[in-house]
Design a protein around this ligand. Structure first.
Ligand code: MG
Length: 301
């Protein structure tokens, strides 16, 4: 394997002898980037475009301590494993930093070469597993067509918000359905239908920009929006904005032709309508059904 293909290992220590030892120890498994100056290391980490699996830092480095350094690193490279390698550190400091997830591991100086190698290998494996877990978690809540969150996430987020809901902190639910979507699908084919769903998802999100909410694909051509802090009036206003934006701007299909797509929307609000999740969905669904029955392209509560 070429050095450039090896995973990156950033090492920061104010003693260049320590950096030399680490470089000798890991040069076959990693592309070692040594820094005696934490500021330069931080600049490198911030500018680096790809992932840095592991960052090892000394604790005492002149005026800067390794925990503060790694705390800043955490923001710049959240998926990197952050390790302190030090001979002198206060236990309380260390314990707090692990609890706050500023660092993942602490290894003692002086170290045994073979042991440190095994420990770093372990860290690399742990990180891989953690990233894989994250990927699965992401997949399990993502709708593959629209890349919105899916039905499962919708149910979870509605439960969470309802648990925090009260008179002064209402939660509203929008159920949005695309009018005559089946017809569009039949005319243009399923790939074009999927593309349209993606564009619809984007437009719904645009209409709710800077509004705290979760937009999920509920199923088929139906979308569920959970709006914490929104009372009925506010939810109706937001729904109406979205509806109007669909009516006003047609979608451009793959064939370059414009299609005006409209949506119907049902609105329900907790606690005024109900505090029960299933009941709230049911009420929003009924309102949506009413909007359809009254001729579509409208919002009903
Ligand atoms: Mg030092």
């Amino acid at each position: 394997m070429k050095v450039a293909d090896l995973p990156l290992l950033v090492c920061v220590d104010d003693e260049s002898e320590v950096l030399d030892s680490l470089h000798r120890l890991f040069r076959h498994e990693f592309r070692v980037m040594p820094f005696t100056d934490p500021k330069k290391a931080l600049k490198f980490i911030s500018d680096y475009k790809k992932e840095i699996p592991i960052i090892i830092s000394d604790f005492k480095m002149g005026p800067i301590n390794g925990l503060d350094f790694l705390n800043t690193v955490k923001l710049k490279a959240p998926t990197s494993y952050r390790i302190i390698l030090s001979g002198q550190i206060e236990i309380q400091h260390l314990s707090d930093s692990i609890n706050d997830q500023i660092i993942h591991k602490f290894f003692m100086k002086p170290w045994d070469n073979e042991i440190l190698k095994i420990q770093i290998k372990e860290v690399l494996q742990t990180r891989e597993l953690m990233l894989e877990k994250e990927r699965y978690k992401h997949l399990s809540i993502t709708d593959p067509v629209t890349l919105l969150t899916n039905h499962r996430f919708f149910q979870e987020s509605l439960s969470k918000e309802l648990a925090l809901c009260n008179e002064s902190s209402p939660v509203s639910l929008l159920m949005i359905d695309v009018d005559h979507f089946k017809k569009y699908n039949d005319t243009h084919g399923h790939p074009a239908g999927d593309k349209l769903l993606q564009n619809i998802a984007a437009r719904i999100k645009d209409g709710l920009m800077n509004i705290p909410c979760t937009v999920s694909r509920y199923g088929g051509e139906e979308f569920g929006v959970v709006l914490p802090f929104a009372n009925k009036e506010e939810a109706l206003r937001l729904a109406e904005n979205i509806r109007a934006s669909f009516e006003a701007i047609p979608f451009i299909g793959e064939d370059g032709k414009n299609s005006t797509i409209t949506i119907s929307c049902g609105v329900a609000t907790a606690p005024t309508d109900t505090m029960d999740k299933a009941e709230l969905i049911n009420i929003a669904d009924k309102a949506l059904y009413k909007a359809k029955a009254e001729g579509r392209n409208r919002v009903c509560a």
